[in-house]
Design a protein. Structure first.
Length: 449
């Protein structure tokens, strides 16, 4: 017998406060017709509309998105949906409740039972109902209050579940992104390495900037830094692909124009649209550490400091276009004399495109960066401390967080400590994985930039 739907009390004509409507789905089959839903008052600006269903099949048709709460009579006779699971899931009432929870995972559920069945009522809450009610004590005000409580508790449960899932996804993403950061392969090299990485995306560990450093069996040290246009996760993924491809091609013996041409093919096949391009800077340093080959693909030139001289930019006139812009581009390799003791800083344009004041339109630029680095050198900064100070000052000049990704790496060679390092070369030289937002020291000692 259907549960009678009570008449709703009319709102006063002078009422101006908006009235919230809640919809209650009652699932109950009482052949004797002794159970009725009490009249529900419009308490505290809330009105409750009632729908009734005599079985689970009918409830499935009435369970629409606008239903806020379900009142389930645990004495509902077993149905074909629950009879097969009744023995495995316990009493029939709990089997019915579990079925309702499965078909209505986002709805609040109230369990209705007899006064002398408190154990079943408590078990219903443990299984997943938001609350329970006794038939004999049911009145309009109690039911209205229980509905509102159940709805709010369900919303809190759903929000907590979503928050937990979000935290788990963030932790998984963080572990994945940390695994994608490079581990420099410099075992046996005289060079020291440090890096600083700051993605432009909020709460991200990885951006479209990428870098890597490896030493090939002939003793040559290869380093590169690049920047995929854009700042989203797709650009970050493409940057990782290009970095891994660069490492594989470098270890396979490719260098200069041949390597960059192959990387361009990788980019053209992996990018989402033809508008995506990437800038790149590569250097290959001879085993004696005194000379290097430089290739620029639309990327800013590195900064070098030689012993007793101020920092300056390496030549960039012979650079080629960014990868992905011209189908048959060429990238000449230029020879650079490094000298005995030197430091080489490679960086992405996020370091030089920040503004020089919160209300200024002028950007720092390469000249401003060179002046900043030279000033910091006179203050005695070197190695990872220098990189940390450089990124911090650029952010401060910008008046807040930088919107672009920033990657900076430092390779340096101090001839005065070469002999002592050669004596320790047989020892373990495993390199720590660089962490986002921090430098990546190879050694506790740092020669000056």
């Amino acid at each position: 017998m259907p549960v009678p739907v009570p008449q709703q009390r009319a709102a006063p004509t002078a009422e101006t406060t908006p009235v919230a409507h809640l919809t209650l789905l009652v699932i109950e089959d009482d052949p004797a017709g002794t159970f009725t839903v009490p009249e529900l008052p419009a308490a505290a600006g809330t009105r409750v509309r009632v729908r009734t269903a005599r079985n689970l099949t009918e409830a499935g048709r009435l369970l629409t998105d606008d239903v806020d709460c379900i009142l389930l009579d645990l004495a509902l006779p077993p149905s074909s949906e629950t009879r097969a699971d009744e023995s495995a899931e316990g009493p029939a009432g709990l089997a019915t409740l579990k079925h309702v929870l499965r078909i209505a995972p986002r709805h609040a559920v109230l369990a209705l039972t007899a006064e002398d069945d408190t154990e079943l009522a408590a078990e219903a809450v443990r299984v997943g109902a938001q609350d329970y009610l006794f038939r004999g004590e049911l009145d309009g005000r109690l039911l209205t209050r229980a509905i509102r409580y159940a709805v709010e508790r369900k919303r809190a449960d759903v929000a907590q579940h979503q928050l937990t899932e979000s935290k788990l996804r963030a932790q998984e993403n963080a572990r994945l992104e940390r695994g994608l950061l490079p581990t420099p392969l410099l075992q046996g090299s005289d060079l020291r390495f440090a890096a600083r990485y700051r993605p432009g995306r909020s709460r991200a560990l990885l951006g479209g900037d990428f870098y890597d450093t490896v030493r090939t069996p002939d003793g040559t040290v290869h380093a590169m830094i690049g920047d995929v246009c854009g700042h989203g996760p797709d650009e970050a993924a493409l940057g990782v692909e290009l970095r891994i491809a660069w490492r594989a091609l470098t270890l396979a013996g490719l260098c200069g124009d041949e390597l960059l041409s192959t990387l361009q093919q990788v980019l053209e096949h992996e990018r989402e649209s033809e508008e995506i391009f990437a800038t790149l800077c590569t250097v290959d340093i001879t085993p004696d550490g005194r000379r290097a080959g430089l290739c620029l693909a639309g990327h800013p030139a590195p900064l070098i400091t030689r012993h007793g001289r101020a920092a300056q930019l390496l030549p960039y006139e012979d650079g080629g276009p960014a990868l992905g812009l011209l189908p048959h581009a060429r990238w000449p390799r230029r020879q650079v004399e490094l000298g005995g003791s030197w430091s080489l800083m490679m960086y992405t344009d996020g370091l030089i495109e920040g503004r020089v004041g919160p209300t200024e339109t002028q950007r720092l630029g390469q000249d401003g960066m060179v002046a900043m680095i030279n000033r910091q050198l006179t203050e005695g900064l070197s190695g990872e401390a220098l990189l940390e100070a450089a990124v911090a000052e650029v952010r401060e000049l910008n008046g807040g967080e930088l919107t672009d990704d920033v990657a900076v790496l430092l390779l340096d060679r101090d001839r005065s400590t070469e002999r002592s390092r050669n004596g320790d070369r047989g020892r373990s030289a495993s390199l720590p994985r660089p962490r986002p937002g921090s430098a990546s020291p190879v050694s506790a000692q740092r020669p000056p930039l």
